[in-house]
Design a protein around this ligand. Structure first.
Ligand code: ADP
Ligand code: MG
Length: 702
């Protein structure tokens, strides 16, 4: 096993070792300075890097290259160019120049821009991101391509992607955190990096059954389906033994990911039937984002080979837990110090207390932004819909840190800290060990987990670039405010202590260690004045408020136009998704469910009259026929009503906010009326008569 890993690990990424071996020393040094220290990229080295990359990629079989980028959609984009060029005399050469490595010009007009770019001025550029390693992948069509992670901007320099603002936010937190560290007397750190380990949840179902579900194919989630007799109530799936077929899938998935240098730290069954999770080893917020895209794409690709379908949607099944992507976030220095690590004596660690206060203040001051950053049509089914986690932003600290915070608030400083107790089982054969100082909490949207914060709101399909960009930015902004104030202080230590105490006192309201799913918490949060934004459409307008524009512009992360563009893209996307769901629902009702029910009705009626001809009263048949007819007409009426509501959406097209709101408040709400009679009919029809696989078949028969 170990041999296997070391043979393939990172084989398909242009790694540090590949660079060291293949690049001239000076080129390697210069490139590393950009990657490690954030120094401006020296474009004169590009030819040399391109030649080495091409040679390396061709050894793996690559014939094409592409700038691999992240437009404002949910997936990555690529346009393959061949290494082959023609030369004057009609011959061909294989080439890949520095110019081609650094910059490409895809036609930008087909990507969402939120009005940043008129269709008539289609120019957009992709630019090489040397901080995320290039890699080679095989496409489904069999092409082997060198992929160069890239940023995507318009002709006028505005970002049209998720990567550019993320990189800018990493610069911002680096700058502000370094400034703070210098004040604490740190003379060795030269860079602070924000890191994340995104835990990815997903469902695996049978591919053939998936293919029979129009809703899963069109929308990624089921729009119909009644719960089977067994759901997740027995709690037997979570961490349960992994089925052979799934184990084989996971093995191949791991091997494919190793090639990209991605190592799964843990993998296990999740709470819901057919649900699983993969947690990779963490990396910088930029590299982890790219890797997470590769994880999602590889999950789907490998599933197909095992006759499985991987569902990444946030809520594929009603009544069954949905999928999220827990983002484990921390900031650390290039000399190895994790600034979120309390250490053995957090009561004495003023620097840690300073960063803790900064994170809590940032989260409280910008709860709307964080909430927004995890919003999508799919995630609306989770956040605030009585599922993990609630839509209210709060932070869980655990007993140890909460105690420290309380001491600071009460006395101005902490003098002691709770330590982990000894584990005593009572059985002589079991080992004893020191337990963690803090228990876990599973319902908090923003939980401290030892030496990192876990932002749990993010949806499973979502790119983590946006939420990580927001988190980096708001913490950078808070650090900036704090260091600016401290610069004026005569007695640094006294000023920090005072500041930490004030901030913790002011933002203590965000700390909540209880059950985040309970109704009491909703009421309590309201008393504390914490925002509770119910849905994505209501969250989006916070993106470009004056307050937020000034935060993003102040740190050079995004300007007002870029923010507004993202807000528009989100709303547009929301309306489109609900529209697709509505049309799919109508199609399934009219073309699949209603005809199937009518056939069964006809069969029942025929049987009833045959029985009656024998002189027997067909009471069961007649009663069933009555029930079915009633529900069938309810279904037909609701479907017609939904069609009318969808048609009316055109009236709101002028204003994207109103249009999206209409889809949320009116169209989406009308889904229930269609679904209810359909799901009831499913229960009345015999097994095999329903036109597509049921929840029972999808969830329990892989
Ligand atoms: P836990 O035991 O708290 O669940 P794990 O060790 O299982 O944590 O890791 C969960 C995820 O968090 C993994 O993706 C891991 O790589 C990531 N992670 C661990 N430490 C850090 C850190 N300091 N910064 C960012 N992510 C981290
Ligand atoms: Mg989890």
């Amino acid at each position: 096993m170990m041999n296997k890993i070391s043979a393939v690990f990172g084989s398909h990424v242009f790694s540090d070792q590949d660079m060291r071996e293949r690049l001239p020393k000076a080129v390697y040094k210069s490139l590393r300075a950009t990657i490690d220290k954030g120094e401006p990229l020296d474009v004169s080295i590009a030819d040399s890097v391109a030649a080495a990359m091409k040679e390396w990629a061709m050894e793996l079989g690559a014939t094409h290259y592409t700038h691999w980028f992240q437009p404002l959609t949910e997936t990555t984009a690529e346009k393959h160019d061949s290494f082959v060029s023609t030369v004057g005399d009609g011959g061909v050469i294989l080439q890949f120049t520095g110019k081609e490595l650094i910059k490409a010009e895809p036609d930008a007009s087909s990507f969402p821009s939120g009005g940043l770019r008129e269709t008539c001025s289609a120019r957009g550029y992709t630019a090489w991101d040397c901080t995320s390693p290039a890699f080679v992948k095989n496409t489904a069509e069999g092409t082997c391509i060198l992929c160069i992670p890239a940023a995507f901007t318009s002709y006028t320099g505005e970002s049209l992607d998720y990567k550019t603002p993320l990189l800018r936010s990493m610069d911002a937190i680096n700058k502000e955190a370094l400034k703070a560290l210098k004040m604490f007397g740190n003379t060795t750190a030269t860079k602070v990096t924000a890191s994340v380990g995104p835990e990815q949840e997903y469902f695996l179902i049978d591919k053939d059954k998936f293919a029979q579900r129009t809703d899963l194919k069109m929308c990624g989630r089921t729009l119909f389906g009644s719960m089977p007799p067994k759901g997740q109530e027995l709690d037997d799936q979570y961490f349960g033994a992994i089925k052979d077929k799934i184990a084989e899938y996971m093995t191949e998935l791991n091997e494919e990911l190793w090639k990209f240098g991605i190592l799964a730290k843990t993998q296990h069954n999740e709470v819901a039937p057919a649900q699983h999770e993969l947690a990779p080893i963490f990396s910088t917020t930029n590299v982890a984002t790219d890797q997470n895209h590769l994880v999602m794409a590889t999950m789907k690709k490998v599933a197909a080979k095992h006759n499985l379908e991987c569902l990444l949607y946030e809520k594929p099944f009603a009544g069954v837990n949905g999928s999220g992507k827990h983002n484990n976030w921390s900031i650390s220095t290039d000399d190895g110090e994790n600034l979120i690590d309390p250490g053995k004596e957090p009561e004495k660690n003023l620097q840690f207390q300073f960063f803790l206060a900064a994170v809590l203040a940032a989260v409280d001051n910008n709860a709307e932004l964080l909430r927004l950053s995890a919003s999508s049509a799919g995630n609306d089914h989770r956040l605030g819909a009585n599922e993990a986690p609630p839509a209210i932003i709060s932070a869980y600290l655990g007993e140890q840190l909460e105690d420290i915070v309380n001491q600071i608030i009460e006395k101005g400083e902490a003098t002691s800290s709770l330590k982990g107790k000894k584990y005593v089982s009572g059985a002589s054969t079991l080992p004893t060990f020191t337990m963690d100082a803090t228990d876990r909490n599973r319902t908090s949207p923003f939980a401290f987990t030892g030496n990192k914060f876990e932002f749990r709101m993010v949806g499973s399909t979502q790119s983590i670039a946006f939420p990580m960009m927001v988190l980096n930015t708001i913490v950078a902004d808070q650090l900036k405010k704090m260091t600016e104030e401290l610069e004026k202080a005569d007695d640094f230590e006294a000023a920090v202590k005072k500041m930490v105490r004030e901030l913790l006192t002011e933002h203590q309201r965000i700390i909540f260690n209880g059950n985040g799913y309970s109704d009491e918490w909703v009421a309590e949060a309201e008393r504390r004045g914490l925002p509770n934004i119910k849905c994505m459409v209501d969250a989006v307008p916070y993106l470009a408020t004056d307050k937020n524009v000034s935060i993003f512009e102040g740190l050079g992360v995004m300007n007002k136009a870029e923010l507004q563009a993202r807000a528009d893209v989100m709303l547009e996307n929301y309306g489109k998704k609900i529209n697709i769901e509505a049309l799919t629902m109508i199609e399934m009702a009219n073309e699949e469910i209603i005809p199937a029910v009518m056939s069964y009705q006809a069969e029942l009626a025929k049987g009833a009259s045959e029985i009656k001809a024998l002189g027997i009263e067909p009471t069961v048949q007649v009663s069933l026929l009555n029930t079915i007819s009633e529900k069938l007409s309810e279904l037909k009426q609701a479907t017609v009503a939904l069609e009318e509501l969808v048609a009316k959406a055109a009236d709101y097209e002028e204003d994207v906010q109103k249009w999206a709101k209409y889809y949320h408040d009116v169209v989406f709400v009308a889904f229930d009326a269609v679904r209810k009679p359909a799901d009831e009919l499913e229960k009345e029809l015999p097994k095999g008569a329903w036109p597509f696989p049921t929840y029972e078949q999808l969830l329990f028969e892989q």
